[in-house]
Ligand binder design. Sequence first.
Ligand code: NAD
Length: 488
Amino acid sequence: MTENRSGQPAPALPEVPTDLLIGGKWRPATSGRTFTVDNPATGDVLVEIADADAADAAEAIEAAAAAGAALAAMPTGDRAELLRAVEGELRARADEFALLITLEMGKNLDEALAEVSYAADFFGWFAAEATRIGGDYRASPTGATRVLVQRRGVGPCLLVTPWNFPLAMATRKIGPALAAGCPSVLKPAEQTPLTSLLLARVMTEAGVPAGALNVITTTRPADAVTAVIDSGLARKLSFTGSTAVGKVLLRQCAAQVMRTSMELGGNAPFVVFADADIDAAVDGAMAAKLRNMGQACTAANRFLVAEPVAERFTAELARRMGELVVGPGWEPATDIGPLIDDEAAAKFRWLTEDAVRRGAKVETGSARAQGRFVRPTVLSGVRPGSALLAEEIFGPLAPVMTFSDEDEAVALANDTPYGLVSYVYTRDLDRGLRMFDRLDSGMTGLNVGVVSNAAAPFGGIKHSGLGREGGVEGIDEYLDTKYAAIRA
Ligand code: NAD
């Protein structure tokens, strides 16, 4: 690890709203309570913002419901224009958003800029999708009736996002909701609410109608979310976060028979066959492991490498990871910022120590951490039963195991309750497509280490979730199908 501690203070926080946005008005929490948002690199307080309670959340969903009819009636071309206007603003203000993401979340500025661009893509994509919401016409087999099918927005939505991609996880939900004419309540993660607040201001200034987007920031997410679900006004929940919380929310939504989209945790295998281009595989591994310092649901969690190339792949990965510069995200030399909090650093240490205790060898890095700054670490010879094979690591820690043939690779890869993404490196096209068929994951990267893309149906199977975000599938999550039987 190269230390990067210039001792320079953090840049100033861009000006952000600190109140709740409800029905087009910014206001403090009814209780007057506030909470602090911290810079994970320094532990310093960035700003104090409103801490909503259940009553504020109930008011937010009422405001969304009140805005519903007008938004549903807005021509799809007008919705598309609004989305394009916000996309333009995000791109024009990319540096400001990127700095804000770096300050509240920790990732380096280049990664934050990439997130802004990815986030803006969803508004561009769903602007186009808004104008393509269509229907269908059929004749009944008897000829007695005509069947007219139309699709319309599901109604008020609750959008709950995690801390790791504070902008993109929000736009991936707000984009299709608005395109479908659905008003929403956004509840960002308490660690990183500022990006959502700035986004909401930008959207309001771009002309998004009052009540179409409401934002609730809170330290009591269960209370706020429960109030919205129990109101009976929300017709849909789109949640991105941990599988454990997703399961709780699925149960809660069942009581209201709500539509749900669940983007949950992952445990991605990264499979390297002996015929792979090893340099390309290492490049892909760096991207799949280290995007967001490993704090991504798509992060490669287990490296499964064919025996004949394992030594070369592991040595090269260790060399590349060992060269990375660790430091505060705003410093230009930084590759790897801090983990989000002390708990995340403690988990990184514990998972590393557990694997080493069970026989793994440290190829680079260590379990040692300086606060939230941890060394990118590669472990070889990881033994079955090590905790990091079953847990989402969420840090720059790469465990390598070997396999002897394709069947063993598939068995190891699928040996998890999760099924979000898998990565496969091979030069054999037939094998690549066979692996795509055989792997139990919603997404597969074939000779590529990043699958996120606004045009693609992002999502998982098994315990990784339900539904898809992005692609032509993304807007379906916010549409109901209605049909009229018409006498022929
Ligand atoms: P988390 O589940 O702790 O929190 C996610 C959101 O849920 C936050 O807004 C939080 O405030 C809220 N929340 C927490 N407890 C709640 C409760 N009891 N009731 C209602 N809301 C509650 O997850 P996190 O730590 O913020 O994010 C990391 C997780 O998100 C990882 O598991 C990661 O894999 C997953 N993730 C998945 C995707 C995907 O697209 N599949 C993308 C990013 C992150």
